[in-house]
Design a protein around this ligand. Sequence first.
Ligand SMILES: *[C@@H]1O[C@H](CO)[C@@H](O)[C@H](O)[C@H]1NC(C)=O
Ligand SMILES: *[C@@H]1O[C@H](CO)[C@@H](O)[C@H](O)[C@H]1NC(C)=O
Ligand SMILES: *[C@@H]1O[C@H](CO)[C@@H](O)[C@H](O)[C@H]1NC(C)=O
Ligand SMILES: *[C@@H]1O[C@H](CO)[C@@H](O)[C@H](O)[C@H]1NC(C)=O
Ligand SMILES: *[C@@H]1O[C@H](CO)[C@@H](O)[C@H](O)[C@H]1NC(C)=O
Length: 402
Amino acid sequence: MEFGYGQIGGMTLVMLSCCWAALAKEECPQAIFAFGASMSDTGNSEAAFPYQSVAQSNPPYGNTFFGRPANRFSDGRVVLDFFAQALKIPLLSPYLQSVGYDFSHGANFAFAGVTTQNITYPATVTAPFYYWVQTKQFQLFKERTLALWTIASSRKGAQRSYVKLLTKPKHFQTALYFTTFGANDFIVPLFRLGLSIQQVQSNVSIISNAMVQNTEELYNQGARTLMVFNVPPLGCYPAFLASPRIRNMSTVDPHGCLATVNEAVETTNSLIRSGLKDLRSKHPDATIIYADLYTILKDLIVNGTSYGFKETFKACCGAGGGAYNLNPNVSCGLSALVNGQLIQGTSCSDPGSYVNWDGVHVTDAAASFIARAVLQGKHTEPVYKLTELCRLSFEQFSPSPP
Ligand SMILES: *[C@@H]1O[C@H](CO)[C@@H](O)[C@H](O)[C@H]1NC(C)=O
Ligand SMILES: *[C@@H]1O[C@H](CO)[C@@H](O)[C@H](O)[C@H]1NC(C)=O
Ligand SMILES: *[C@@H]1O[C@H](CO)[C@@H](O)[C@H](O)[C@H]1NC(C)=O
Ligand SMILES: *[C@@H]1O[C@H](CO)[C@@H](O)[C@H](O)[C@H]1NC(C)=O
Ligand SMILES: *[C@@H]1O[C@H](CO)[C@@H](O)[C@H](O)[C@H]1NC(C)=O
């Protein structure tokens, strides 16, 4: 259904309003509003701090799909991009992008490096665009958009051509609200503030409370279909495994993941899960989906070969080889002097067979795998199958597993 605002015929309008309440939960979303950190950032950090947020603006970031750096922390697309492609809507513009934006099918507020919790760290640690700030940006975005529609409806012709780039008012209710937070609530204290896993573990309810509270804030602003991704299995990530300090604080499980790290993540996730359950009974008019990224990704990392992936523990882009192809001193896309030698963080030759891209982010191929699983309702609670609600396109996805 691609009606412009004000172009809906009388009959359609009657039909829509009669069935609106009953169908509200069953509708295929035609817009996405995304919130989160680097897992979903499609350019906000680059727009806010141009030429300063380094690695993702350099090759080989973006090479696989875009053929150039695309302000994403991936060799290609992030999970959010696959959702947009499946729904056949444009890739989401970052909210902060002032040139060449297209908000006709939603907007993206995700900002690399930020936490779920309300904390302002020094700029050298992370930017102050944490979850609560993103909900306020969304509030402003929605208010301004609706105000512009009111102005536009009293004008004609060229004067209203800009509305093509605005989110349609009805999409605010039917959109999918897509949230991916939590990893930085571990990464910032562990890697930047020098805290221990035990210290983070003792406070994980702060993370889950913030996740649930902000989900409810989006509900209060009119969101009715909310998909909340949980925290990924950070203990299986190369950056964690290759850090002598983090490794030393943890035990290693039989699969080769850091058990202590994953236990802290699992505790957080079970609190998020039960918090969302409470939210569901409090707001029965909303569809609040818990998307179990942890389980999907851990399965992919542990059982990767049966899904057609060759390397599931090694970073594709990095330096140093070894068990994780990760030298903590040399990031993907950058170079550094190591023992007087200039070492570069470069891409492996076949990113399509790797799960991990740069130590803390997944590859285009793994993002495709995750998106496909979630769109099919695998590991979502309640079961929510966009494959049944929508006519999705998987044409641009990576080949499905054998
Ligand atoms: C845990 O949270 C409390 C309350 O916010 C805070 O005062 C304390 O510093 C936190 N501890 C750690 C280890 O983060
Ligand atoms: C974050 O800060 C805002 C503004 O002070 C406050 O309204 C909100 O409740 C806080 N959220 C959390 C999770 O602490
Ligand atoms: C590992 O932890 C132990 C005990 O906390 C400490 O004595 C040791 O120096 C640590 N090793 C490294 C490489 O950090
Ligand atoms: C790996 O695959 C096996 C067999 O399908 C499954 O039982 C197991 O749960 C999977 N491991 C993980 C960590 O998901
Ligand atoms: C990284 O840099 C530190 C400090 O210069 C050094 O001690 C360490 O050996 C380096 N690690 C690797 C893997 O090169």
